[in-house]
Structure formats: structure tokens, C-alpha cells
Design a protein around this ligand. Structure first.
Ligand code: GLY
Ligand code: MN
Ligand code: MN
Length: 438
């Protein structure tokens, strides 16, 4: 669990990186109505959570380095007894200070009155420009108020900087405490996948298996999934972000599951593909083992000093050679790679940063070059092969096979650690687990 001091440390880091005489403004996620008076489950915006740990909508934080009355100002809902009776705890202005470390707290209703003063005489404002119309409006209205007071000596900020540019680089490097939380998300996700493997059998529906995952996650206190689970039987696996999850699972098909739990706002992201009846057919096994070979090669390419593109390039090389070997494509590997012929069966990249957002923030290129891996970064490694049923020019034995294998990988000082390695992925290990189903 992150402590008040962890959030304070992050705010300090941000403020240290901000240019001279600047201020940063960041709004919470909004509450969203699902229908009439029912709201969608609230999930705080990851940037806002990262800097404040504050879990309510209708809030806005101001980070003002060097401000005499305090550097962290939080606008939020006032405590309301009636609201507390109906929907439970909310921090109020006092809680914003005592529980969340705000130096000063104001009612969100006073934002338009107070924000100009917080921006006055600052040269530049950091905020997520263009991300949210209301937030843009709040900042620019405050700036315009100050412009209107120029003759009274007020100075309005004149430079506007995207907050993400600084903030997302901080988020890319996970602290030991963040890694501990991500390990928990990974461990519980592994249990969920294991439960799904054990529950799978012909005749069950995809949503029944989805329920097994959600059940296991929730049993460990992880009531939110990091993203909608993909539970895709047979050719549904060839739809990359399939979430319909309502088809019957057939004997002889594969089942692809891409699912991860969210722990204290941090994601896990795991994919496993296994046979519905517990035994890989020969063509399924050939495709599966090729994807696994590509995944292992890609994981090998993750280490400090290697660059972001290297795991992908390693996977593409293995997959291309394997596709030639299996007779799915023809030609010289180097030519086929150059022409991206593999894209017909492998149309996505090999991974992404992982953190509070499943597709986490952080630049992939720096100064025109793929970024080098450094200790503390976390990424996924997830090659796949998808041979859709309408690939009529390939041998029918391959059609409808979709395989992806995805693990979460932490870059360490000397190499890497696969956070999700406890989950079986060799053909033998998967078949052993499935043979033990009751
Ligand atoms: N679960 C989404 C992804 O693997 O990128
Ligand atoms: Mn995934
Ligand atoms: Mn992923």
C-alpha cells in the first residue's frame, strides 16, 4: 500500500523537474452517469492518483513550488452528511489535508475564484493540454482573469506546457513499492488464469470462463480488472480485442484468454492460449510452439542497454522463419521481414509499457531513437499468430488458429524478471494442468 509520504515524494519529484517559476494544474477523472442516477464505477485518472492518492471525482490539484501557504492545493467536494449517509465516506476539506497531505483545501465550487491567484505571477503553467475541455477551460479562464487585471499589476502566465511530458517519464520508472503492488496484481492474475484453465471444458461458454477469472480476482480483493477480459474460443482469438465472450467452447478448439487484475490501480496483463479439451492438436502445437519460441527470444532481448524495438525484432525474426518452415509464407526471411509479410498473421507489436494504465505512459522513442531499457521499467512481451478462417489460400489445417502468449516483464539492473512466470506456458505444463482437471 502506498503511503502519504510516497505521494509526497512524487509531488516533490515533479516539482523538481518543472521549470523555474511555474505551476501545475491537474483535474481528477469525472464521475460518469451510466443511466439516470446510477454512476459507472469510479476509477481515478492515473496521473491524478499518482500525484495525490485522492479517490474522488470533482477534484483539482494545484502544485505550486515555493508557495508560502503550501505547495499542494486541493479543490474537492465539501463534506456532506446527507451524502455520507447515502454513499459513504468522502474526504471533505479536512480529510484532503489530514488523509491526503494537501497543504490547503478549497471547495471545488470556489475553483474559478481561487485559481487565478494560484497562477498569478507564474511564468508558465503545466497541465494536460487538450485532454479535457473542462480542465482546459478552467485554466484558460483563470489566465484570462489575470490578463484582465494587468493594469492592476497582475501578471498572467505566458507559457503552457503539456504536464505529461514531465509526469509520464516519472511514471515509467516504477519504485520498489510500485513493483511490490504490480507483483501482487501479477500473482493474483496468474491464479485467475490457472483457475480458468482448470474450469475449461467443451460445452462451456466463454463468459463462464470469464466469470472464473473475475471470481478469483475478487476473492483476493481485486474487484476491478485492468481491462475487459478477452475470452476467445477458436477463431474468435483472431479478433484481437474480442470481448463478446459469449460463444460455446468446442472440443478441438483453442481458447485464448487475455486478462489481468488491477491491484491498487496497477495492472497485470497476461495472455495464455490452451486447448479447450486439454490436448493440443498437431497443427495447434506447431503454431503454439512457434509463438512461444518467439516470445522467449523477445524476453531475452529485454535488458538494460537494449532498445525498445529489439524484443519486437527478435519475435518477428523467429515468427517469419517459422512461418516459412510451416509453409504459410514463402521467400527469403530477410526479404519477407523487410516487406513485413508476417503482418498478415502477426499484425500487432510485441508489447507496451505496463503500469497504472494497461497500455502505460512513457515515451517509446527519445530524440528520434527507440528508447533504451533501464531498470525499473515494466513492459509486456506478447507475440502472437492469427490465421483467420477466411485465409483460404493456406492449408485448411491452420485456419481459425489464434495464439498469443503474454507475460509482464520488469527490467532489472542485470537483465529482467518475468513477473508472471509462475503461470504455465509450455505445451507439457499446460497439458499436465489440464489433465488434472476434476
Ligand atoms: N490486453 C491488452 C493488451 O494485451 O495489450
Ligand atoms: Mn493483454
Ligand atoms: Mn498487453
Amino acid at each position: 500500500m502506498l503511503k502519504l509520504s510516497d505521494f509526497k515524494h512524487r509531488r516533490k519529484q515533479l516539482m523538481r523537474r518543472m521549470k523555474k517559476n511555474s505551476v501545475a494544474v491537474l483535474a481528477s477523472a469525472p464521475a460518469s452517469i451510466r443511466n439516470r442516477d446510477v454512476e459507472y464505477p469510479f476509477r481515478q485518472h492515473s496521473d491524478f492518483h499518482y500525484l495525490t492518492g485522492f479517490h474522488e471525482p470533482e477534484a483539482l490539484a494545484v502544485f505550486a513550488p515555493g508557495r508560502k501557504q503550501g505547495e499542494f492545493v486541493l479543490f474537492c467536494r465539501e463534506f456532506d452528511l446527507e451524502k455520507a449517509i447515502w454513499t459513504g465516506h468522502h474526504a471533505g476539506l479536512e480529510g484532503a489535508k489530514t488523509d491526503h497531505g494537501a497543504d490547503e483545501a478549497f471547495p471545488i465550487g470556489e475553483l474559478h475564484e481561487q485559481l487565478p491567484e494560484l497562477l498569478e505571477n507564474r511564468d508558465r503553467v503545466y497541465f494536460p493540454i487538450g485532454q479535457d475541455a473542462e480542465q482546459d477551460h478552467a485554466v484558460m479562464s483563470a489566465v484570462n482573469v489575470l490578463r484582465g487585471r494587468a493594469r492592476s499589476g497582475a501578471q498572467a502566465p505566458y507559457e503552457f506546457i503539456a504536464l505529461e511530458h514531465v509526469l509520464h517519464d516519472l511514471r515509467l520508472f516504477k519504485s520498489p513499492e510500485e513493483i511490490r503492488i504490480m507483483r501482487k496484481a501479477a500473482d493474483v492474475s496468474v491464479l485467475g488464469h490457472l483457475r480458468a484453465m482448470r474450469a475449461c471444458r467443451p460445452g462451456r461458454r466463454e463468459y463462464e470462463i470469464e466469470a472464473e477469472l473475475a471470481h478469483e480476482f475478487a476473492l483476493h480483493g481485486m474487484r476491478s480488472q485492468a481491462y475487459p477480459s478477452i475470452v476467445a474460443g477458436g477463431a474468435n482469438a483472431c479478433v484481437l480485442h474480442y470481448t463478446q465472450n459469449d460463444a460455446v467452447l468446442h472440443d478441438g478448439d483453442l481458447l485464448l484468454i487475455d486478462a489481468g487484475a488491477e491491484c491498487e490501480n496497477y495492472a497485470a496483463d497476461i495472455t495464455r492460449t490452451f486447448p479447450v479439451n486439454g490436448k493440443f492438436s498437431s497443427p495447434q502445437r506447431l503454431i503454439y510452439e512457434l509463438v512461444l519460441e518467439a516470445q522467449l527470444a523477445a524476453i531475452e532481448a529485454v535488458r538494460p542497454g537494449r532498445r525498445w524495438n529489439e524484443p519486437h525484432d527478435a519475435a518477428v525474426k523467429v515468427l517469419t522463419k517459422g512461418l516459412i518452415r510451416l509453409g504459410l509464407i514463402e521467400g527469403k526471411p530477410s526479404r519477407l521481414i523487410k516487406d513485413e509479410v508476417y503482418k498478415r498473421f502477426y499484425m500487432h507489436r510485441t508489447g507496451h509499457w505496463l503500469g497504472m494504465d494497461v497500455h502505460d505512459v512513457g515515451a517509446y522513442m527519445v530524440e528520434g531513437k527507440w528508447r533504451e531499457f533501464e531498470a525499473g521499467m515494466v513492459l509486456t512481451v506478447e507475440p502472437g499468430l492469427y490465421i483467420a478462417p477466411d485465409c483460404l489460400d493456406v492449408d485448411p489445417c491452420w485456419r481459425g488458429i489464434g495464439v498469443r502468449i503474454e507475460d509482464d516483464v520488469l527490467v532489472t539492473k542485470d537483465g529482467r524478471e518475468v513477473l508472471t512466470s509462475a503461470l504455465a506456458k509450455s505445451v507439457e505444463d499446460i497439458e499436465t494442468i489440464m489433465a488434472g482437471r476434476s
